[in-house]
Write a protein of this length. Structure first.
Length: 404
């Protein structure tokens, strides 16, 4: 890694969707930007791979096509309760208005490749941010570390896009409102059942669990997201992978459950995600800004993390580019990001908090509510209410446009 003696305009810490997109948008408009990513590749154990139209629109506006990036478009959803199907529907949506399953590693590599076309961009792979450099109450850079040692990079603005454990969030001591999450999620991949198509999504409701199955974008595997009550994974893990895989199979319909049991020895990288929903109060401080998961860790419900992160990046670019190019107040520009993004984040977090309480509840009235959902699902009234929720998850609540 270079010695880092030069001063850069923006140092973006974290090469996820928010950081990579913001770095590209800044660099292509002539703002000198360095993107720092601690991993040498983007093949993380867990990553959001649901691309909603709200996120897809950000990529389209920025000029990035999904051509060449592995993705699948679900066309049919089936819902089960007690291993019995109670609802099925064709989504009948065009790609631009449909949720997509997208390979996040491929998406991030594409974003970085486009940014790399600009002489104003630099990408530091395998480099970790260890601390912030603060002078007279202002962030003026960061201390970075790679295999060759430490270096200090100074910047006019440091952007923390480094996830829920953000170094920028922690070192600044930013106040965080914890909204709570009553669940954990086990992620696992199995060989895809022969009857499970690229276009199929399965949702399985039960007391104390919710299981979602969808085709992985980059291979012929079936991705299972098993939502369980927080704190119950320890017991499952203590019984071994085969035992919890059997428990998972019991939540599925007979055909898919039997397939999972036959392919237990081919399970790929099971991973527990400790679900968190929180919101930083005050994203901007003198010399710094947090966006994406660093500013608001989203519930996995609704598949919003990837999408709201990229919408953060677009709003941040809209505010920051004019300030840098026209000699404006960068701190004031950074401070305008949260007021613009906060209402949508708050609305989606509230909306996503309701389903887990019903689906995972173990009291008699939770079972009654699940039965009612199953009975009402085919009705026009339920369809109308579901459509309101769906439209929010698909398109967000605000009109976010790229203006720079």
């Amino acid at each position: 890694m270079p010695e880092g003696s030069e001063r850069v305009q923006v140092l973006v810490i974290g090469g996820g969707p928010a950081g990579a997109l913001l770095a590209w948008l800044l660099a292509r408009r002539g703002v000198g930007t360095v993107l720092v990513e601690r991993q040498r590749d983007f093949a993380r154990e867990f990553r959001g791979e649901v691309l909603m139209p709200s996120g897809h629109a950000m990529l389209t506006a920025a000029g990035l096509s999904l051509g060449g990036i592995p993705h699948v478009r679900p066309e049919r959803i089936q819902m089960y309760r007690g291993r019995k199907r109670f609802f099925a529907a064709d989504l009948s949506l065009e790609e631009e208005t449909s949720p997509l399953g997208v390979s996040q590693p491929a998406l991030l590599e594409a974003l970085v490749a486009r940014a790399d076309e600009s002489p104003h961009f630099r990408f530091l792979r395998g480099v970790a941010a260890k601390d912030l450099v603060v002078e007279d109450g202002r962030v003026v850079g960061a201390r970075l570390q790679d295999q060759d040692g430490d270096s200090v990079w100074r910047a006019r603005l440091v952007v923390g896009a480094d996830g829920r454990s953000s170094i920028v969030r922690r070192r600044q001591g930013l106040p965080v409102h914890d909204l709570g999450a009553p669940m954990d999620i086990v992620w696992a991949k199995f060989p895809r059942p022969p009857t499970w198509t690229d276009a199929q999504v399965g949702v399985y409701l039960g007391g104390g669990h919710l299981l979602i199955g969808f085709p992985a974008a980059e291979d012929r595997m079936l991705q299972l997201a098993w939502v369980i009550l927080k704190g119950t994974y320890g017991d499952l893990r203590s019984r071994g992978i085969e035992a919890w895989a059997r428990e998972m199979a019991n939540c599925l319909d007979d055909e898919v459950g039997a397939h999972v049991l036959r392919t237990i020895d081919r399970i790929d990288r099971p991973f527990l995600l400790d679900a968190v929903t929180d919101r930083v109060v005050g994203w901007a401080r003198p010399g710094s800004l947090v966006i994406g998961d660093a500013a608001h860790t989203m519930s996995p419900v609704g598949g919003q993390g990837l999408n709201v992160a990229m919408r953060d990046a677009v709003v941040a670019a809209n505010q920051l580019v004019p300030a840098f190019l026209d000699g404006g107040d960068v701190d004031a520009a950074a401070a305008r990001v949260e007021p613009e993004r906060g209402p949508e984040i708050d609305a989606i977090q509230r909306l996503a908090s309701f389903p887990p309480r019903v689906v995972l509840g173990t009291r008699f009235y939770h079972a009654w509510a699940r039965a009612l959902v199953a009975r009402l699902a085919p009705t026009a009234i339920a369809a109308g209410r579901a459509n309101v929720v769906l439209q929010t998850f698909l398109h967000g609540t605000e009109d976010v446009q790229l203006r720079v």
